[in-house]
Write a protein that binds this ligand. Structure first.
Ligand code: SAM
Length: 234
């Protein structure tokens, strides 16, 4: 009786054949990006296609139970790359780059598609390097007006540097662990007060990440790590 087979194509096939120089007969571990790991015995290795027999399927424990979406007001240059790479290593599930009043980086509309592609490449590489069971999605660059409706029936937290009443810890304590959390982080120039009001009107909680002002590229990965630590997923 024939064993189920798996076919790998594209960049992964090329990487296996040309970079790792894998050979038929060798074993690899493959993920379907849906939380399952496959032990595979390779039967064919070419730069265009790699085939293998599935020897076993196991649950993938590399993904946190809490799905975090990081909405980040886009940052200039490398800083955005840093948020995407470190956020992926932390275990963030999806990224929504958005534009807000004080966003400094303002790519021309014709550039947005290229930027999203480049950002997705950074996230895909970081997901592979960190052994993630899935590749986080980078959503298209989202204008402010489209961001706020996305927050309906989400547990959304906006990190506001001027928040003095509610800390992240207070916002999380005494509340059961949610399936998903949406984190919203501002740009280098921060949030305008009316933006915070709009987010609160949509049900987001404004939280402090402490008494020091963090750079935007620090705040997102840090907040994700604190969330995962709090929910014992780190
Ligand atoms: N208004 C800030 C200032 O005076 O420098 C600029 C914003 S800060 C560099 C960038 C973003 O990081 C903020 O919009 C917020 O989302 C987050 N952030 C930084 N420090 C924070 C803190 N202590 N508490 C909550 N959020 C913080």
């Amino acid at each position: 009786n024939k064993k189920p087979v798996v076919a790998i194509t594209g960049e992964d096939a090329y990487h296996l054949a040309r970079v790792l120089r894998a050979e038929p007969g060798e074993r690899i571990t493959a993920t379907d990006g849906q939380g399952r790991l496959y032990e595979v015995a390779l039967t064919l290795v070419t730069p265009d296609a790699v085939h293998g027999e599935i020897l076993s399927v196991t649950a993938d424990h590399s993904e946190p139970e809490v799905k975090i979406t990081l909405c980040q007001s886009i940052l200039k240059g490398e800083k955005m790359d840093w948020v995407l790479q470190k956020g992926t290593e932390m275990g963030i599930t999806a990224f929504v780059p958005f534009l807000s009043a004080r966003t400094v980086a303002r790519p021309a509309p014709s550039q947005c598609g290229k930027k999203q592609e480049r950002w997705q490449k950074i996230v895909t590489a970081a997901a592979k390097q960190s052994g993630r069971g899935m590749i986080p999605a980078v959503h298209p660059l989202t204008p402010w007006k489209e961001l706020t409706p996305m927050l309906a029936d989400c547990f959304a937290l906006v990190a506001w540097e001027e928040e003095t009443a509610l800390s992240l810890r207070q916002a999380l304590s005494g509340r059961p662990r949610p399936q998903a959390v949406t984190l919203i982080i501002g740009p280098e120039g921060g949030f305008a007060a009316e933006e915070i009001e709009t987010l609160k009107d949509r049900g987001a909680l404004s939280v402090s990440l402490g008494s020091r002002i963090l750079r935007a590229e620090t705040a997102g990965p840090l907040a994700a790590a604190l969330l995962l630590y709090h929910y014992e997923a780190l």
